[in-house]
Design a protein around this ligand. Structure first.
Ligand code: SAM
Ligand code: SF4
Ligand code: SF4
Length: 334
């Protein structure tokens, strides 16, 4: 397996299928910036599924076993079912996951299951309609997302829910969300509000630390830590003592996990990013569309790029010097 300069392999690939979205979450795509004049990628700039197939083939040879489809909102990309089918049955990817805002999941869960999708992560920040509506920037109450989660569970998916916690906004929802998903045996993962992109007004004092979240949960429920299940696992996992469910803490701000970061990310227009907080990516589309494209050379090109990798933004954040322009979360997909 290929290793980077810090000895980290390459096991996970995140593919962004579009930079567009039907929500405008305040921490990701604030509507004041991502308004009617915002210039999204043109569809002709997106990698085609065939081009993505060539890339996946190469990444598998470098060690990738897990693929996560994301965006923007990945369910807005047409043809996604067929693409998942190919990943599962032609490329034999062991683990295919999808991160979605869940708005369209209720009507799509069955076809995604039939296509071969293994896992679904749904993002939801509050049960309270007003808070959820404010955070998703569109005033949309959580009813449709909750129906999507239930539908996915009904199809037999192992569903996880991601909740970004922002102080003074939805920290009062930590316990209601914990209770709701515990009761349903669904893993809820609390994500520390991150300084991704350039527009979400991030400040350290708006971050609720994983430790604080844990204490809040333990004020009501007994819970114990679980060992990390796999290399590259980013969430600290806990189990409720009554065995009803698990929950996770994603502490990328207060307890960074760069040392175990074995992920590569591809934007919808085919740029390779080896860190969520990168400023620039490697243009793979130009390579894939060149007249002298050659799969062996692509493999060599990707491998030599990974070997050079030295990213560890989250470890450096608190030391300063990290205030350069970064890529947007909606562009790279989290
Ligand atoms: N639209 C899909 C969704 O929301 O699940 C997929 C893309 S979204 C960019 C992927 C994940 O990034 C979501 O779980 C979202 O909550 C998370 N995210 C976005 N901005 C964030 C931020 N500033 N801090 C922490 N997590 C963030
Ligand atoms: Fe869209 Fe997901 Fe970003 Fe929210 S977090 S704006 S749903 S891409
Ligand atoms: Fe990986 Fe970059 Fe996040 Fe560190 S900051 S865990 S290197 S994506």
């Amino acid at each position: 397996m290929v290793k980077d300069r810090r000895g980290r392999g390459l096991t996970d690939l995140r593919i962004s299928l579009t930079d567009r979205c039907n929500l405008r979450c305040t921490y990701c795509m604030p509507k004041e910036v991502f308004g009617p004049d915002y210039e999204f990628l043109r569809k002709s700039e997106w990698l085609t599924f065939r081009e993505l197939d060539d890339l996946v083939e190469a990444f598998v040879q470098l060690g990738v076993r897990k693929i996560r489809l994301t965006g923007g909102e990945p369910l807005l990309r047409s043809g996604i079912n067929k693409y998942i089918y190919g990943l599962k049955h032609i490329h034999k990817i062991e683990d295919i996951a999808l991160t979605t805002n869940g708005l369209r999941l209720a009507e799509r869960a069955g076809e995604l299951k039939a296509a071969g999708l293994d896992r679904v992560t749904v993002s939801l920040d509050a049960l309270d309609a007003e808070i959820a509506g404010q955070m998703n920037g569109r005033g949309i109450a959580p009813r449709a997302v909750l129906a999507g989660i239930a539908a996915a569970q009904h199809e037999g998916f192992h569903v996880k829910v991601n909740m970004v916690v922002e102080r003074g906004v939805n920290d009062g929802e930590i316990l209601p969300m914990a209770r709701y998903f515990k009761e349903r045996g669904i893993t809820l993962r609390f994500i520390e509000f991150m300084d991704v992109g350039n527009h979400n007004g991030w400040k350290m004092d708006r971050v609720v630390s994983g430790q604080e979240i844990l204490e809040k949960i333990q004020s009501e429920f007994a819970a114990e830590p679980i060992d990390l299940s796999s290399q590259g696992e980013v969430a600290k996992r806990y189990r409720y003592a009554d065995g009803s469910a698990e929950f996770g803490l994603i502490t990328s701000v207060t307890q960074p996990f760069c040392r175990g970061c074995t992920r590569a990310r591809i934007s919808a227009d085919g740029k390779l990013y080896t860190c969520l907080f990168a400023s620039t990516g490697l243009d793979l589309k130009a390579y894939l569309r060149a007249d002298d494209y050659d799969s062996a050379k692509l493999l060599q090109f990707l491998s030599s790029h990974w070997v050079q990798r030295d990213d560890r933004y989250s470890e450096l954040r608190t030391q300063g010097g990290t205030d350069r322009k970064k890529i947007e979360m909606s562009y790279i997909g989290g």
